[in-house]
Write a protein that binds this ligand. Sequence first.
Ligand SMILES: Cc1cc2nc3c(=O)[nH]c(=O)nc-3n(C[C@H](O)[C@H](O)[C@H](O)COP(=O)(O)OP(=O)(O)OC[C@H]3O[C@@H](n4cnc5c(N)ncnc54)[C@H](O)[C@@H]3O)c2cc1C
Length: 339
Amino acid sequence: MRVAVIGAGILGASVALHLRQGGASVTIFDAGEAQATPGSFAWINASWGNDAVYRALRLASMDLWPALGAAFPGAGYRRCGGLLWDLPEPALRDFAESVGDYGRLVDRAAAADIEPGLRALPDLAFHAPGEAQVEPLAAARLMAGAVERLRVLGIDTQQGRPALRTEEGVSIFDAVVIAAGTGSADLLAPLGLQLDMSAPEGMLAWSEPVAPVLRGLLMMPDMHLRQNAEGRIVLGEDFGGGPGGEGAEEKARALLALAGTRLGVPLTLARVTRAARPVPGDGRPALGALPVPGLFLALSHSGVTLAPIVGRALAAEILTGARDPLVTPYAPERVLQSA
Ligand SMILES: Cc1cc2nc3c(=O)[nH]c(=O)nc-3n(C[C@H](O)[C@H](O)[C@H](O)COP(=O)(O)OP(=O)(O)OC[C@H]3O[C@@H](n4cnc5c(N)ncnc54)[C@H](O)[C@@H]3O)c2cc1C
């Protein structure tokens, strides 16, 4: 079976990997405009704010990450755990009660044992030992392998199969997966399909490398932090979009200085990244067959957490026609309108 994947971000890369493992001949097209994946905080989690069905999907994907990490050691996957206190105390207690053995509440002394480098300790936090981090761009590159650096200019149907147009001509495939992140809506519009999605921006500050100081991920009320494989502190401000525009670098510098005092390590800003998050209209993934023969969609926020399960489920659906029950609630029709 000949399959094209549009997009070499972490979702496209995982779908391509799983398709190849299933015996398909896969061509990945990527316009070379790195989007969400390189600018991702890359916290692998099933934390608060998820309904039970979505939580099950996230947990299933978290379970698949260790094998993927072992297959690609350069991806820097680490099951490092997360310490979270970005909720008011009653909500933190409710969350802890609702998630069974996902984690437990810890007091100040236990938090100090978990993160000995942390000076600004919380009185109460939630510790989730199964949470993890990865270097998302490295992971995507390793999973993707060879990529055609070509923009897909259009999709249509020829001889009952999907055909892609690039500046090098038209190629017909047995199946095409749109994993183009925030570029997905533009690819679907000419087919008469209006995709309901948004692309809120998020900002990250990256420090110069420092000696190991953080063991796991920290979710504080005003910032979230991790130390990446290069020793850089990666800092995000919130999950609702960054400040954007002018002043982002100044803000990043101030936040990093504050993080430095909390960790007892002076931190120097190396760079700021701003990236748009691909978010389907209702905030949940849009995964599976589209109402065009041979065309499939892989679109999601939390794509770093979900990459393994999305890759496995989409590859199975394309190769065998069987839909994984975990992704059944996330059919793309929900967020599509015929123009
Ligand atoms: C600031 C920030 C923090 C985040 N934090 C987390 C987190 O902690 N945990 C988590 O799980 N997720 C997080 N996310 C979300 C996660 O990063 C994304 O869901 C994920 O990276 C999406 O991957 P993707 O492959 O769908 O899209 P992308 O990485 O955007 O890749 C899409 C690719 O498609 C290509 N493309 C687009 N149009 C075309 C075309 N016409 N032809 C050819 N190629 C095309 C682009 O060049 C691009 O490379 C975060 C995102 C941001 C921005």
